[in-house]
Design a protein around this ligand. Structure first.
Ligand code: ATP
Length: 670
């Protein structure tokens, strides 16, 4: 007797943990179903053996009256019957204990008309006509598409949910944040020491670590702990590195996620992941949440509605805005985010109360580059004569990531040459390679082409030497590199602002390549494509953005928010004026370059000849031909000021030591 449930017995309490959804059960159910169907499909012959005979033998059996339950299977062209129990032994030469109680005899019939006619005349019972006897195949045929769809559906869900913490479809709305615990679990070993330079930015994030470690210090005076800080700056300047250092230094849990991790093809998943992330963070408060490349979700809302919109991204952003400063309080959760496109972020995200602080992480200055070089040179085996400052001076405009790349490339170059140590030349080659691409010594050029390139490059070098604000040259080569046929390296000044005169001088020196070709060869070539592109962009920016042209002064059509879309913010008439101004300014600088080259034709020719002969020339060679430049560059001035400061500090230290020595001497005498 089955046991009745005992009402007295306490019911099993749910454990709080839902039974796990396991895809294996689905597979199992499908396979079991198929097996059952297979069994049923074959059950037509269940209950006895089947004997195949030819059609004439079949006819003989029917005429003798052995047949019952005759079936004509049209799809198989088969006719069969169950043998009458009393005739089993005659047909099978064995009893029903061996062949079963319902053994069948089957035969292939010649045509359906013949078999029907024969049965009408010789068989008294009812004949069953079938299209197919294999139910299983029939069923499978109709079920297969559905089964395939079900399988694909599960497979897709499984794949999409696979990235979640526990996998499966139900984890799709969970955040994919990587948690770095305070006890060093999954921890990074990056600390503030690994981040070179960036003193200002470092100080600001260090303060955030302080807020979390010791909030009372700030709250006792009534201040509130900031909710978030946004690290903004060009690519490769160390924003992610800084965040990793915060994770390494802060003794609180650190949740790290990329903006794109919120995005999924399902509606509502992004918002749900944001909710889940903050839920987890609140449970572990105080803690830091870091969202890298936040522009993937933080882009200004409502801009792209004309193009179909992206409601999913907007929902995710709305949820983020609510979590950061909605009704919910996230006490103790500080959000750090990084982006290099702050201008496209939604204003609501940037307002105080959400990202209270914007920390600018800019391209490193000379002294910062020295520090970054020192960090990345530490693991290399270096030539003791290597001058780190020189390396830093030769890499203006390089980001931290570029510098890391230079150091690695130099080590690879040294290894390729079989050197024991990485030397100065390896670094110079690495910088050249990164700036200009790989040298293509195999490219075949005629003498005429070589001369043309030398004249072009010498044009740039001469004019940039002769103009006060143009960048002084470091090296010119006519060996093709990357896409370029020749290349010139300059030492750009590290300026915070650029004047109109500086811009015009640079434009003039860029145009000097083509001007030299026209003057010396009487024709121009396609080699100036890159120069012309740069010039056009710069002059357009001067006219339309910086308001630096005479006829369109002090007007800026630049829009940092990018909300003009496809329409121009000025009239057709103004567009024509902009075009005219751009043309005029380019023509003026081109004429200026030609004039300078004509005035210094001899020197320009000497430089071009030297370049043809040696293929590579350096600052010293230009100085020998043109004489020293009468102007000092800003970098020179800065270096001199630095040297003066150092000398003053050294003198002060010496004086202090002397005074101390004298005082001690006087004490000894007394
Ligand atoms: P992106 O905006 O493209 O994501 P990012 O600003 O986040 O760039 P990181 O990923 O932090 O750049 O930096 C890339 C690499 O550059 C670092 O792993 C590190 O090796 C090097 N680097 C950048 N800045 C510094 C620095 N100040 N000191 C030492 N190394 C640095």
């Amino acid at each position: 007797m089955p046991q009745q449930p005992n009402p007295q017995q306490p019911r099993k309490q749910p454990t709080g943990k839902k039974p796990g959804f396991n895809l294996t059960w689905v597979y199992f159910a499908v396979i079991a179903g198929l097996a059952i169907m297979l069994y049923q499909g074959n059950s037509g012959s269940a209950g006895g053996q089947k004997q195949e005979v030819d059609y004439s033998a079949f006819r003989a059996y029917v005429q003798k009256g052995y047949a019952r339950e005759v079936v004509v299977d049209k799809s198989e062209s088969e006719v069969r019957f169950v043998v009458q129990p009393q005739h089993i032994r005659e047909v099978f030469k064995a009893g029903s204990d061996k062949v079963g109680t319902r053994p069948t005899v089957a035969a292939k019939y010649p045509t359906i008309d013949k078999v029907t006619d024969f049965l009408d005349k010789n068989y008294k019972g009812v004949v069953r006509y079938e299209e197919s006897s294999n139910y299983f195949l029939q069923l499978l045929g109709s079920l297969l598409p559905i089964l395939l769809l079900v399988f694909l559906w599960f497979y897709m869900f499984r794949r999409m949910g696979a990235g979640g913490p526990s996998g499966g479809i139900f984890s799709i709305g969970k955040s994919k944040a990587r948690i770095i615990e305070k006890d060093g679990k999954n921890g990074t070993n990056v600390t503030f020491k690994d981040v070179a330079g960036l003193e200002g930015a470092k100080q600001e994030v260090q303060e955030i670590v302080e807020f979390l470690k010791c909030p009372q210090k700030f709250t006792k005076l009534g201040g509130k702990i900031p909710k978030g800080a946004l690290l903004v700056g060009p690519p490769g300047t160390g924003k992610t590195l800084l965040a990793k250092a915060v994770a390494g230094e802060a003794e609180v849990p650190f949740f790290s996620m990329a903006g794109s991790d919120f995005v999924e093809m399902f509606v509502g998943v992004g918002a749900s992941r944001v909710r889940d992330l903050f839920q987890q963070a609140k449970e572990k408060s105080p803690c830091i949440v870091f969202i890298d490349e936040i522009d993937a979700i933080g882009r200004a809302r409502g801009k792209s509605s004309a193009m179909g919109g992206n409601d999913e991204r907007e929902n995710t952003l709305n949820q983020l805005l609510t979590e950061m400063d909605g009704f919910g309080t996230n006490s103790g959760v500080i959000v750090l985010a990084a982006t290099n496109r702050v201008e496209i972020l939604d204003h609501a995200l940037l307002r105080a109360g959400r990202f209270d602080r914007q920390i600018y992480v800019d391209l490193p200055e000379l002294s910062e580059r020295v520090a970054i070089f020192k960090v990345h040179l530490a693991p290399l085996k270096l030539d003791p004569d290597l001058d780190v400052e020189l390396l830093a001076r030769q890499t203006p405009g390089f980001s931290g990531a570029d510098i890391a790349n230079v150091c690695n490339e130099a080590a690879l170059i040294a290894a390729r040459h079989g050197s024991e140590k990485v030397g100065k030349q390896d670094f110079i080659d690495a910088v050249d390679r990164i700036v200009g691409g790989l040298e293509k010594t195999s490219k075949v050029m005629t003498e005429e082409e070589k001369r043309s390139i030398a004249i072009h490059e010498a044009g740039h070098a001469s004019v940039s030497w002769l103009l006060e604000h143009a960048n002084p040259l470091i090296k010119v080569t006519i060996v093709p590199r990357g896409q370029a046929l020749g290349a010139a390296w300059y030492l750009p000044e590290e300026r915070t602002i650029t004047t109109k005169e500086q811009m015009l001088d640079e434009i003039c020196s860029i145009l000097a390549g083509r001007a030299a070709e026209e003057l010396c060869l009487g024709r121009v070539s396609s080699g100036a494509l890159n120069d012309l592109e740069r010039v056009t962009k710069r002059v357009y920016a001067m006219v339309a953005y910086y308001g630096m042209s005479e006829n369109l002064s002090n007007i800026c059509y630049y829009n940092s928010q990018g909300d003009y879309g496809f329409s121009k913010p000025y009239s057709e008439k103004t567009a024509e004026l902009i075009d005219a101004e751009v043309k005029r300014m380019v023509a003026e600088q081109y004429d200026r370059a030609k004039r300078l080259l004509t005035e210094n034709a001899e020197k320009h020719k000497a430089l071009a000849d030297l370049l043809c002969e040696r293929e590579v020339i350096f600052t010293e060679d230009v100085k020998n031909i043109f004489g020293p430049r009468p102007w000092k560059s800003r970098t020179d001035v800065l270096m001199e000021e630095e040297a003066v400061k150092l000398a003053e500090a050294r003198t002060r230290k010496l004086e202090a030591e002397e005074a101390k020595g004298e005082a001690e001497g006087a004490k000894g005498e007394s």
